[in-house]
Write a protein of this length. Structure first.
Length: 248
């Protein structure tokens, strides 16, 4: 039995959540291991099932556990955190968090730019662009689907290169001396379609995080346009915000 401090001005469900989370982070509950039932947890913490349910709901929203109907509650791999950062590749981001990044190339080749892609990259419609669509993996688990568009004039012969483990930014820098210096990225939420759901191993209609990024060279030219669909249960964004002093 775990004794909670009922004299603290902290809700009991939050204390339960914190206790379970500490055990997960300490490795007592490994990824994909099954947690005790609500009844067992209620007895262990000497609280009601409603309190346990609230604690588990919060942990699920934070991405630390998943609840499967008829099977129980299972520990998830810790969510990967993204926030304000330097312009880096997915490979570098995962490496920074101690995760092995890899990719499954779904499609790569030269295609005519659609009207929206051409407008974003500053090209004429139907001008050739290199399109690279990849399933991004972290320690072998599907994290997202990313589609990248680059003006073909920037990267002659890039279709012959492999991108299963190589970072696209490494290839651009090493083979073409192209280094993006700035980017604008927009994030939004939506329901995943059947095709991406199958790739990400989640149910169709699940909430996912979408992103659109435009990276530019030092002279201001658009180097790449990227559309991303990321699993919301494995990826979260954390922003540190500072209030600016108001002018007088």
């Amino acid at each position: 039995m775990v004794t909670l401090n009922r004299d603290l001005p902290v809700p009991l469900y939050h204390q339960v959540k914190t206790s379970i989370l500490k055990e997960i982070e300490a490795g007592q509950w490994r990824p994909d291991s099954r947690l005790p039932s609500e009844d067992e947890l209620a007895e262990r913490f000497q609280v009601s099932k409603i309190t346990v349910r609230q604690a588990l709901r919060d942990l699920a929203q934070l991405g630390y556990i998943r609840r499967e109907q008829g099977r129980g509650t299972f520990v998830q791999r810790p969510p990967l955190i993204e926030g304000p950062r330097k312009l880096t590749s997915f490979t570098e981001e995962m490496h920074r968090q101690g995760v092995q990044a890899s990719s499954a190339v779904l499609e790569q080749g030269t295609v005519p730019a659609s009207a929206d892609v051409a407008s974003i990259l500053g090209l004429a419609e139907d001008e050739p662009v290199f399109r690279l669509r990849r399933l991004r993996l972290a320690d072998g688990d599907p994290m997202g689907v990313q589609t990248t568009y680059i003006p073909s004039d920037f990267v002659p012969g890039i279709e012959e290169l492999g991108f299963a483990r190589a970072s696209l930014y490494d290839v651009l820098g090493t083979h073409y001396n192209l280094v993006p210096t700035a980017a604008h990225e927009t994030h939004f939420a939506f329901a995943v379609d059947a095709e991406d759901a199958a790739l990400l191993r989640i149910p169709e209609g699940s909430p996912v995080m979408g992103a659109e990024l435009v990276a530019r060279l030092a002279d201001g030219r658009a180097l790449e346009y990227v559309r991303s669909v990321m699993r919301a249960d494995r990826y979260k964004i954390v922003l540190d915000l500072v209030r600016q002093p108001q002018g007088r």
